[in-house]
Design a protein around this ligand. Sequence first.
Ligand code: ACO
Length: 379
Amino acid sequence: MTMETIERPGLQGVVAAETRLSRVDGERGELIIAGYALDDLAPRATFEEVLFLLWNDRLPTQREYHDLRAQMAAQRALHPQIEATLHAVANAGIPLMDALRMGAGLLNLSVSADDDPQQVALSIVAALPTILAQTIRLRAGEEPVQPHEDLSHVANFLYMLDGAKPSDPRVRALETYFNTVVDHGLNASTLAARVAASTGSDMVSAIVAAIGTLKGPLHGGAPGPALDLVFEIGQRKNAEPILRQRLEAGERLMGFGHRVYKVRDPRADALNSAAEQFFVGGLQADLYVLARHVEEVALRLLEEYKPGRRLQTNVEFYTALVLHGVGLSTEIFTPTFALARAGGWTAHVLEHMANGRLLRPLARYVGTTDRHWTPLVDR
Ligand code: ACO
């Protein structure tokens, strides 16, 4: 019996797994996270609530919520050998995404393949911000700040970066960002995690595969350049001439366009609201007003230069603004994305461990078939 084969380069349009975690509807511009519309969930929930929702398919009771917070807080401190390795990693100037991937790989020192998979998921998600924050501080020649048990996951991340308790608006803005990007269908890094899990491999290996995949600029890398564009424009009057010049030169405007979302990117809307709340009335209110103007001009010019392509603002435009607003430098944007997406990765791995099948597509052979062996001495 021969198996029917369909060629879909890049696996576009292929449904490779079932999930209850998120639904991406590009034509309607909708993102559902475990049953909740993104704009209902993201600005209200804590990240711990979203993690519980993804891992258990329901929101936690108050008691479950406090238990989860306490359990995560208890898993934040790193094994001494991981801390020692991070010193070496920082001294070598290894890029942050590589440092995060290397640190994640060492989490086998504190979790065992025999542990309950959800417990392993919790330990990994809890420890990743410590790995990142310690590496950042060591690279800057500063002492690492040990995790604070009383703070929430997101607040503690900011605390470990700065050594000071963050303000509530900063935490809320970053928490909305974490919730907004926690999961997004079978994106490349989530697929990588599920492929690893589908072979019967372990949670740590799956997360290492996912971090390595997110590192690529086609997946996790656009928010830095989107913000650079706003900074380069600098003043309202420069927006139109600079954007026109870019489009005349055939360049792409960073932070616009999306393969799936053709109406609107709901994540951009959620983060725009977060940015508005955070910036308006604050010290950087002018930056938010300028960014809104840049967006307005960009959308008008994209319609003029690329009519009918339905190019809308994407998640990266407002990601840049929110992360900059809460005080993160562009170098930290992609690894911070990884900290948030780790919630989705672990949930997908748990889902695949429970009911997934080995992911094993085919490749069409395009090489030659008429070669004959020549012994080494004759070559
Ligand atoms: N600026 C100017 N023109 C654009 C842009 C843009 N940002 N995006 C697409 N176009 C144009 C293309 O030049 C093309 O024009 P053509 O028909 O004259 O050749 C047309 O729109 C369609 O473009 P495609 O490349 O086919 O669109 P695709 O769906 O493959 O690309 C992508 C999506 C990669 C996001 C693209 O819109 C882009 O490069 N955007 C800028 C980079 C960016 O913001 N990336 C982050 C995306 S969000 C995320 O991945 C999490």
